[in-house]
Design a protein around this ligand. Structure first.
Ligand SMILES: [Zn+2]
Length: 338
């Protein structure tokens, strides 16, 4: 009996040591690929996405289609596949599904969707979303929307590239990842609504949405430092998701996680105001990364020269670290709240 106990203790020691070794190996890989998300690339992409030639990326406009074409070309260059049921990465949305709050119908537009297939649980999908539309041109003045949401748009490109590099080295994600650039956000989350009603992959297999909308600036409450991000909604449906965000930040960016807007009774109601909400309302645990509003919010002065690329890089790396954990952990996260 004593011997049995001894063997048990030895077994326990080695299995703990082994799982620690696996953890630290996974952490070092996370670190390695996280570093491929860098300021120079984010800057290069954002100077194009938020340039005047994209004419403010109004939903359905030629300028938005130029921006979309740029995104698709980046996915092709990085050998990242189009998502299922798209035409060359495009999910077409008819004008009839693009009704504005004022009751007009916008020109037809497209969500853009790229996909990295999981190696072990390919049917389980993690979505990374960001809207690539903005408010276009008003009275001849272009609204570039560098922060809103050029910043999230280019973050997705970089996160996708990091996952692809890992996959090429034999460390691809165990679950699949969908990179979803939605349209029509500025007119009422229309592109993500269309996606949730016409999903490219079954919603019941969609385990989480990580939504990025405005992560390149700071707000007045953080005038002293840009080393923060607002985390909204993570705990609303899943305690696992909240814990993952906190742990991922410890392993990667180590920025201040500011939870002030996540409360159910928060008057800003940010939880319902960006694209993750169309996933959350379908019971999919979702988290929204956001830098808060600033003086240039929804003004023609939201330009790329005001982007703080150091902050954009760290926040993008955090979103990558969260996706990495969601994709590679043993168990799918659980929904433990309504
Ligand atoms: Zn936005």
């Amino acid at each position: 009996m004593k011997n049995c106990f001894l063997i048990f203790i030895v077994f326990l020691f080695f299995s703990c040591a082994n799982s620690k070794a696996i953890d630290s190996r996974s952490d070092s890989l996370l670190n390695k690929y996280s570093k491929s998300i860098n300021e120079a690339d984010l800057r290069k992409h954002l100077y194009i996405i938020a340039s005047d030639s994209m004419e403010g990326r109004q939903t359905g406009s030629i300028g938005q289609k130029y921006a979309g074409r740029y995104l698709i070309n980046q996915y092709k260059r990085n050998e990242i596949a189009p998502a299922a049921n798209t035409t060359d990465y495009l999910q077409f949305i008819p004008s009839s599904a693009l009704k504005t709050r004022g009751g007009q119908f916008l020109d037809s537009s497209e969500n853009i969707a790229a996909f990295i297939k999981g190696s072990e649980k390919p049917d389980e999908i993690i979505v990374l979303s960001a809207h690539y539309d903005h408010v276009g041109v008003k009275n001849g003045i272009i609204f570039n929307g560098a922060d809103d949401d050029g910043s999230g748009t280019v973050a997705l490109l970089e996160i996708a590239k990091a996952f692809k590099e890992a996959q090429k080295d034999g460390h691809g994600p165990k679950r699949s990842i969908l990179f979803l650039h939605v349209t029509g956000e500025e007119h009422g989350l229309l592109g993500s609504k269309f996606y949730s009603e016409n999903p490219l992959y079954p919603l019941e297999n969609t385990i989480s949405d990580i939504n990025i909308d405005m992560i390149g600036r700071r707000d007045a409450d953080h005038s002293q430092s840009n080393n923060y991000v607002y985390v909204i909604g993570a705990e609303r449906l899943s305690t696992d998701l909240l814990n993952i965000v906190i742990a991922a930040n410890e392993k990667s960016s180590k920025i201040d996680l500011d939870f002030r807007y996540t409360e159910n009774n928060d008057p800003s109601r940010y939880y319902t105001r960006s694209d993750h909400y169309n996933f959350a309302k379908n019971g999919i645990p979702s988290v929204f990364f956001f830098n808060g509003v600033h003086a240039d919010y929804h003004k023609s002065t939201d330009t790329v020269d005001k982007i703080e690329f150091d902050a954009l890089t760290k926040r993008s790396q955090l979103a990558f670290a969260v996706a990495w954990e969601l994709a590679n952990r043993e168990n799918r996260i659980t929904v433990d709240k309504k």
